[in-house]
Design a protein around this ligand. Structure first.
Ligand code: ADP
Ligand code: MG
Length: 325
């Protein structure tokens, strides 16, 4: 199947789903570029993320799950900015190998991609289709009210530090896969089909100070917030939320490492003033998202301390996933 047949296939799939049709898309797939209408008085939020086979997903991942994840990791960046998603573009690099059926891959990929797009009413407005190693780049666009975005550089000393959901599941699934041991389907689902926290992010606008999504691990991502904000953080290890599936398979120092250094959870980590505790809990329960207070922001610039139940400092064995290291 040629490039233009594939694009026609993608376009037909997009047009067949009414949930992703939007009035603000004047011209979508089919022209040299998309033509879009910006809502009055909103700021545009743009994010881009790439998934490479074998780097960002295990090579045995189903095309449907790759499609879901390719959009999910991008939508998660919008969630962390408290944005309302609107549009996306998709760059597909597909192998030219005998064994690789491009149309079969694209069909499965779109099942997952468009299922998530439909959930958030995101229109696929264009992209690029090329030959090469399996790689997927997605750009997402969303809106915020002026000044309403949650940024990394807004944490303040004495803020509480919170996380949504649970930590460590995705990394645990990856570890199980790498070690070839008994695999938990619940953990693998957290790795393959993460849930971007759009409702939670939007509900936190006006309540939270700083926010980031956890893609590289709590230690690494909270360190970004600390650096950008010129503050430090103190985190209580015993407070870190763990799923039942994680606790059934892991304990002790491995559990700690998964929760602090494991990436790919796509939960939100945010800071908020102590006076906003009730507001945070109410906002999160309204959107049905579990939330846990895990520590506080300190004035010790760039210093992140994890403490065990005895109050002793514990150093994470590694920072998180870093490319080119
Ligand atoms: P051009 O040569 O002008 O860049 P293309 O042939 O690459 O145009 O693309 C034709 C149309 O199909 C454009 O609207 C483009 O955005 C869209 N398109 C191409 N690849 C994809 C894709 N993978 N997903 C969605 N839209 C795509
Ligand atoms: Mg092109």
């Amino acid at each position: 199947m040629q490039e233009f047949d594939l694009i026609a296939r993608i376009r037909a799939r997009v047009l067949s789903r009414s949930e992703t049709a939007r009035d603000d898309v004047i011209v979508g797939i089919g022209d040299d570029a998309a033509l879009l209408s910006m809502p009055a008085g909103k700021q545009l939020v743009v994010a881009m993320d790439t998934l490479n086979a074998g780097v960002h997903f295990p090579v045995d991942t189903a095309p449907r799950d790759i499609g879901w994840k390719a959009l999910a990791v991008n939508v998660s960046d919008l969630a962390a900015m408290a944005a309302e998603p609107a549009w996306c573009t998709l760059s597909l690099s597909l192998p030219d190998a005998e064994a690789f059926a491009r149309e079969v891959f694209v069909d499965g990929f779109l099942d997952g991609f468009l299922a998530l797009a439909a959930q958030h009413r995101i229109a696929l407005i264009g992209g690029d289709t090329t030959r090469g190693p399996l790689s997927i780049s997605v750009t997402v666009h969303g809106f915020v009210a002026p000044g309403g975005a949650l940024r990394r550089d807004a944490a303040r000393v004495h803020d509480d530090v919170w996380v949504t959901g649970t930590l460590g599941d995705a990394a645990a699934a990856l570890l199980e896969w790498q070690e070839g041991r008994m695999r938990s389907a619940r953990l693998r689902a957290r790795l393959d089909t993460p849930t971007p926290r759009i409702a939670a992010g939007r509900a936190l606008a006006g309540i939270a100070h700083a926010c980031i999504d956890i893609s590289d691990g709590l230690a690494a991502d909270l360190a970004h917030v600390c650096r950008a904000s010129g503050v430090g953080a103190e985190i209580l290890l015993d407070a870190l939320p763990a799923s039942q599936a994680l606790c059934e398979g892991f304990a002790g120092s491995v559990l700690r490492e998964l929760q602090t250094c494991g990436g790919d959870d796509y939960e939100l980590c945010f800071t908020a003033p102590i006076t906003a505790r009730l507001a945070v809990e109410d906002a999160m329960s309204l959107c049905d998202v579990p939330v846990t207070r895990i520590g506080c922001i300190t004035g010790n610039r760039d210093e992140m301390v994890f403490r065990d139940s005895d109050g002793n400092a514990w150093l994470p064995p590694r920072q998180g996933y870093v490319h080119f290291s």
